[in-house]
Ligand binder design. Structure first.
Ligand code: F6P
Length: 318
């Protein structure tokens, strides 16, 4: 029976990380397991930056954005010497298991620790929804809501002023945030990594649109070198003023919404349950509203599910 576990959040933060932490602490203590937190993800594991945590300390954190145990990107963890020290730090404290909350980079780190004899469980947390084994990642729903609120606001002013808005959202190579936001907001044009449009195609779609005044062109980040060039080309062809809005890190902040809190609490409970059942080297997923675990390395290698059906639905709806 596991006596002590540690919890860390790693990579880009997202709404829901604090919800996960609170739930893990509660479930662990309810099952007579002592929980420890690690500050700043794998960096803290290496720096020996741990603290014991109580239910009282996490009582209200589910209402807050960010992660109270901080996060970091720590590529140095790929180095065996760094990992050896991290494992030694865990062993010196008698901690046998680790719950790693984050995206695919976090999963790779957890898989390495599993090979080195630490029991690990991953929880998928990233706004990008780019972990193929799960229908939803923690953080996605709230970031989507932030995007939708921003686009709704832009729509108001763009309709008043007869403008086009070029809106860039995050996703890190995955179009889920943009595609789902396009369905919800009725964005007139959508360009995502899974179906990238040329500047000419963007202009053609705008010309074909039935919208008379405001038009939203929703694009995923990291796809075009110069948004300004696209905006000027649109203005020239459509003779309509075109503004650019890059939503940026606003998408990563804020309190997790209800759906997020429910999903996260369920996933976190399941993660501790899986540790107690002696599972290791796996991460929690939700598929068709059912929780399951899959091997960490298999998850990292998995092909992304096709977006074609959802794209067809978007095209019908706009
Ligand atoms: O993975 C989450 C994410 O927000 C991506 O959407 C984005 O590309 C990246 O992180 C930004 O990372 P950083 O905060 O390190 O600039």
């Amino acid at each position: 029976m596991i006596k002590k576990i540690a919890i860390l959040t790693s990579g880009g933060d997202c709404p829901g990380m604090n919800v996960a932490l609170k739930a893990i602490v509660n479930v662990a203590i309810n099952n007579k397991i002592e929980p420890y937190i690690v500050f700043e993800g794998y960096k803290g594991l290496y720096d020996d930056n741990f603290a014991k945590i109580t239910k009282e300390e996490v009582k209200f954190i589910d209402r807050k954005g960010g992660t109270m145990i901080y996060s970091a990107r720590f590529p140095q963890f790929a180095d065996l010497k760094i990992r050896n020290k991290a494992v030694a730090n865990l062993k010196n404290r008698g901690i046998e298991a680790l719950i790693c909350i984050g995206g695919d980079g976090t999963y790779k780190g957890a898989a390495k620790l599993t090979e080195m004899g630490i029991k690990t469980i991953g929880l998928p947390a990233t706004i990008d929804n780019d972990i193929s084994s799960t229908d939803y990642t923690i953080g996605f729903n709230t970031a989507l809501e932030t995007i939708v609120n921003a686009i709704d606001n832009l729509r108001d002013t763009s309709e008043s002023h007869n403008r086009i808005n070029l809106v860039e959202v995050m996703g890190h190579g995955c179009g889920d945030l943009a595609l789902n936001a396009a369905i919800i907001t009725g964005a007139e044009v959508l360009s995502i990594p899974e179906k990238k449009l040329t500047i000419e195609q963007i202009i053609t779609r705008l010309k074909e649109s039935d919208s008379k005044r405001s038009k939203i062109v929703l694009i995923s980040e990291l796809m075009y070198d110069d948004l300004n060039k696209i905006a000027r080309a649109i203005e020239k062809e459509l003779k309509q003023e075109t503004k650019i809005t890059v939503l940026g890190h606003i998408q990563r902040g804020g309190r997790a919404n209800c759906a997020e809190r429910l999903l996260t609490a369920r996933m976190a409970n399941y993660a501790v349950k899986m540790l107690i059942a002696n599972k290791s080297g796996v991460a929690v997923n939700i598929s068709n509203n059912k929780l399951n675990v899959k091997n960490l390395l298999e998850i990292v290698e998995m092909k992304r599910p096709s977006k074609d059906e959802l794209l067809r639905e978007y095209q019908q709806l706009v």
